[in-house]
Design a protein around this ligand. Structure first.
Ligand code: C2E
Ligand code: MG
Ligand code: MG
Ligand code: MG
Length: 280
């Protein structure tokens, strides 16, 4: 509390003094109403071919602007949505919105949607995907679902079966943030991921010439290719990082260098300009 901090000083309202728990509680209450109050939007970030720079897909990234608190980072509110199970309805809405938007793009451009373990394993996620594809009219092979290694930590199993069911619909699977979690190669043998996304932390370390990071990226690219998976390098901000990741064999590139996450209308404009090429 702001009062009684000692020395007889009484602080005025200062958000930094609020406890983490208090901030979380405030955000949780606000988040419960965010969807119905139209405070959520989806932004789209291009993913381009490493060799040509042509747009291959967009990643759908959730945005929340609270009328008083302003924009709130997904890094802050997605974990709250997961803990409170609000990620179910919110995630379903993102999926439907993103699939519908992707119908406006050229046929070869895919849409990637992040899926939390909680959303994947509770409710009827396969049914939700089938419905989103049917309602939007999007072909299944244009949808990529991104999961992180954390889905494999869930108790009770069933994750492998769920991911297999999704693959049998014809949708594609990406393993997001690879290398940041509890990496085990075991599940790469079990699930036929289409893409491994190499986390930005490796890209940054490699660009600083950290030998271990370079060795790991090299190994991941080789492993992916022998398992018939492709690789995306995340968080490319500089030409140096681009050149390095290209040389290390990453097939796709995502990062501020090519485009920040942007509103749907701006993403659409990229296609009407110089041959569907993202420009740095
Ligand atoms: P992610 O899936 O790994 O998404 C990539 C994050 O990296 C995004 O952060 C993106 O804005 C950021 N990024 C992309 N390029 C660069 C770059 O060059 N430099 C830097 N510094 N950052 C870059 P964002 O949008 O803040 O999202 C953070 C995380 O929140 C996502 O990480 C994802 O785990 C989660 N998230 C976002 N939208 C959704 C959603 O609809 N559903 C679920 N379940 N999670 C979501
Ligand atoms: Mg992602
Ligand atoms: Mg990622
Ligand atoms: Mg990430």
């Amino acid at each position: 509390r702001a009062k009684d901090q000692g020395g007889g000083i009484v602080y005025a309202y200062e958000p930094q003094l609020h406890s983490h728990a208090e901030e979380r509680r405030v955000l949780e209450i606000a988040l419960r109403k965010a969807l119905e109050r139209d405070q959520l939007t989806v932004h789209y970030q291009p993913v381009v071919a490493a060799d040509t720079g042509a747009i291959e897909s967009f990643e759908a990234l959730l945005r929340w602007t609270h009328p008083e608190l302003g924009p709130i980072s997904p890094a802050k509110f997605v974990p709250i949505a997961e803990d409170t199970r609000l990620i179910g309805p919110i995630g379903d809405w993102v999926l439907m919105t993103a699939c519908t938007e992707a119908r406006n793009w050229p046929d070869h451009v895919r849409i990637a949607v992040n899926v939390s373990a909680e959303q994947l394993m509770n409710g009827n996620f396969v049914g939700t995907v089938v419905q989103a594809l049917a309602r939007s009219g999007l072909a299944a092979n244009r949808l990529e679902l991104e999961v992180t290694e954390s889905v494999f930590l869930r108790e009770g199993g069933g994750v492998t079966d769920m991911l297999d069911k999704l693959l049998s619909l014809g949708v594609r699977l990406s393993l997001d943030d690879f290398g940041t979690g509890y990496s085990s190669l075991g599940y790469l043998a079990k699930i036929r991921f289409n893409t491994i996304k190499i986390d930005r932390s490796f890209v940054q370390a490699a660009a600083k010439n950290v030998a271990e990071a370079i060795a790991i990226i090299r190994a991941v690219v080789t492993l992916a290719s022998s398992l018939d998976m492709t690789t995306t390098a995340e968080g490319i901000e500089t030409d140096r990082e681009l050149t390095l990741m290209r040389d290390l064999g990453a097939k796709k590139i995502q990062g501020f260098l090519f485009g920040r996450p942007m509103p749907a209308r701006d993403a659409l404009k990229l296609f009407n300009r110089d041959g569907e090429r993202a420009v740095a």
